[in-house]
Design a protein around this ligand. Structure first.
Ligand SMILES: C[S@@+](CC[C@H](N)C(=O)[O-])C[C@H]1O[C@@H](n2cnc3c(N)ncnc32)[C@H](O)[C@@H]1O
Length: 197
C-alpha cells in the first residue's frame, strides 16, 4: 500500500464538512459536543489539514497501522485511511460508534471516498492491547486517567511505535517526548506531541 502524500486539501475539508453535517443531523442536540459522555467529552480534532501535514512529515513506512483512542465521529480514522494507512477507531459511546460506522462511512463511500476498510470497535481503550499498532493517536478532551493509560502503553506498545497526542496538557511521566512539538493553527492552544516508549 502506498502512502498518499498528495491527498488534496479540498478532500480533507470535504471530509470534515461531511462529518460535521452528519453529526448535526444525527445527534440529539448540537450541544452533544462538549457534553459529558460516559467516558469524557466529545470534541473533534480541529483542523485536519494541519494534522495531515504533521503526520505526512513523520514519513512513516508503508502499511502503517493506526488506532484512534476514543474515535468520536471517526474523522481521524477516515483521514489516516485516505492517507493509505490501516486505521481503526475505538470508541466507548455507542451513538458515536454507529454514527461513524453506519452513517458517515456509507456517506463518504457514496461521495467517492475510498474508506471501505475503516474499522470501528466499541469499547474502553484502557482495556486495549496496543501491540499491533505503529501509531496510536489520542485527543484527550477532559480525560484524566493518564496513569492507567501510560501503564498500558508502556506494557503493550511496540518499541518503535509513536504515541501522538493532540492538545495542551499531557501529564505523562515515563513516556519519552519526541522532537515533534508542533503548534497547530485553528485551535488556540493546539499542539501535537509524538511520544516514544
Ligand atoms: C475529545 S474526543 C476526540 C474524538 C476523536 N478522537 C477526534 O480527535 O476527533 C474524545 C473521545 O474519546 C472517547 N473516550 C473517552 N474515554 C474513552 C475510553 N476509556 N474508551 C473509549 N473511548 C473513550 C469519548 O467518548 C470521546 O468521543
Amino acid at each position: 500500500m502506498e502512502i498518499n502524500a498528495n491527498l488534496n486539501p479540498e478532500q480533507i475539508i470535504r471530509l470534515e464538512k461531511i462529518c460535521d453535517e452528519e453529526f448535526s443531523k444525527n445527534s440529539e442536540t448540537k450541544t452533544f459536543r462538549f457534553k459529558k459522555l460516559e467516558k469524557g467529552i466529545y470534541l473533534p480534532t480541529f483542523d485536519l489539514i494541519n494534522l495531515y501535514n504533521t503526520v505526512k512529515n513523520l514519513k512513516f513506512k508503508d502499511k502503517t497501522s493506526i488506532i484512534d483512542l476514543g474515535s468520536g465521529d471517526g474523522r481521524i480514522v477516515f483521514l489516516f485511511l485516505l492517507m493509505g494507512h490501516y486505521a481503526t477507531g475505538l470508541e466507548y459511546n455507542k451513538h458515536l460508534c454507529k454514527l461513524s460506522d453506519h452513517i458517515i462511512k456509507p456517506r463518504l463511500i457514496s461521495e467517492g471516498f475510498d474508506v471501505k476498510k475503516a474499522r470501528f470497535k466499541q469499547g474502553d481503550f484502557l482495556n486495549e492491547d496496543f501491540s499491533e499498532y505503529d501509531i496510536i493517536y489520542f485527543f484527550p478532551g477532559d480525560f484524566n486517567n493518564y496513569k492507567k493509560l501510560e501503564d498500558k502503553l508502556i506494557k503493550t506498545m511496540k518499541d518503535n511505535s509513536f504515541f501522538l497526542v493532540y492538545g495542551q496538557k499531557h501529564p505523562f511521566e515515563r513516556l519519552r517526548p519526541g522532537s515533534l512539538w508542533q503548534r497547530l493553527t485553528g485551535y488556540k492552544e493546539g499542539k501535537i506531541m509524538a511520544y516514544r516508549k
